[in-house]
Write a protein that binds this ligand. Structure first.
Ligand code: PBG
Length: 324
């Protein structure tokens, strides 16, 4: 046999053959749609920085959840956009706060057709825009924030959220929330720990999506983009603290971290294709510079290929439609 007899092109010769030998497959059930529910609106409001994504009213959220269930995706992840913000993010722990109202509505709509999940973080609710409460010097106070997260967890669990997405990056947050849930008897509420969440410029468009007032950055609590090994440390800690699922975020620029985590994690590994990843493709496509659908599908396929079990993506419902 000569090296010319090994012809990898054989398995690329037709669409049916390529489909048969594909080593990575996308399924609607592997996709989770992040959604925004905003207080004080009665119609959906477009988010300028994320063309095609909207702020939902409670009613339009219900319709969109029904549509997501119809599309067969695995779940939705809810973010709340409150009308009023304050220093401690009171809206986050108010059972009548928009995220908790939206969660109850979504759960009622979804039944068992998909899993309703909630973002557990304070930045949407604080007037300073940080993910935690501040100490007298204006620094994010880790342990005081954990107390707020414990309370948020109980309200979200009581509202019916099945998976709490801990995205604040405080040390010990998974253990604190697990302890609070167990103490209150919420033994079936799962924790999705945003374990390897990097301080990324790719969250830019999301700031408009949650009307963020943040001045400065989150570099004292989110990971430094330079650090690969540190992602593994965060994953290890979260698993020990009781995480049911771990997350890598953003996805596209962190596929090395994702592959490392996928190779070592004993719990499911999810990845979040964030707002900037979304907006870049939409903007380039709008300019006619790339083939929109091919770029979307390839970007999500790459995240799965790197090892994600589930991908959070703003294109979840659109992509599910193409997979049918
Ligand atoms: C924090 C949070 C952020 C995102 C999800 N949860 C913003 C941040 O950490 O700055 C970003 C998601 C996206 O960009 O799509 N609650």
């Amino acid at each position: 046999m000569t090296s010319r007899d090994i012809r990898p092109r054989r398995l690329r010769s037709s669409p049916a053959m390529r489909r048969l030998v594909a080593q990575t497959r996308l399924n609607p059930a592997d996709l989770v749609l992040p959604m925004f529910v905003r207080e004080g609106i009665t119609e959906p409001v477009p988010i300028g920085s994320m063309p095609g994504v909207v702020h939902h009213s409670v009613d339009s959220l219900k319709r969109a959840v029904a549509e997501a269930a119809e599309a067969g995706i695995g779940g939705v992840m809810l973010f709340g956009v409150p009308e009023h913000k304050d220093a401690i993010g009171s809206g986050a722990t108010d059972p009548e706060g928009i995220l908790n109202v939206g969660t109850r509505a979504a759960v009622a709509e979804a039944g068992d057709a998909l899993v309703v999940q909630t973002d557990l973080c304070l930045d949407e609710f604080t007037d300073h825009g940080h993910c935690g409460v501040l100490d007298p010097l204006g620094r994010v106070d880790n342990d005081a924030t954990l107390e707020r997260y414990r309370d948020m967890a109980l309200v979200q669990a009581a509202s019916g959220s099945q998976v709490l997405g801990l995205s604040g990056m405080m040390d010990g947050q998974t253990a604190a929330v697990r302890d609070a849930l167990e103490g209150a008897g919420f033994v079936d509420t799962a924790i999705l720990a945003y374990a390897a969440k990097y301080a990324s410029a790719f969250y830019g468009p999301f700031r408009e999506a949650v009307n963020s007032t943040l001045v400065g950055d989150r570099r004292t609590y989110q990971l430094d983009p330079a650090n690969r090994r540190e992602g593994l440390l965060e994953v290890e800690l979260d698993i020990v603290e009781g995480a049911d699922i771990v997350m890598v975020k953003p996805a596209g620029s962190y596929l090395d971290v994702l592959a490392d985590v996928a190779a070592t994690s004993s719990v499911p590994v999810w990845a979040y294709q964030v707002s900037g990843e979304y907006a870049m493709i939409e903007a380039a496509a709008e300019n006619g510079w790339i083939d929109r659908e091919r770029a979307i599908d390839e970007s999500i396929l790459a995240i799965k290929r790197a090892g994600a079990d589930v991908v959070l993506t703003y294109w979840a419902v659109e992509l599910a439609g193409r997979l049918k």
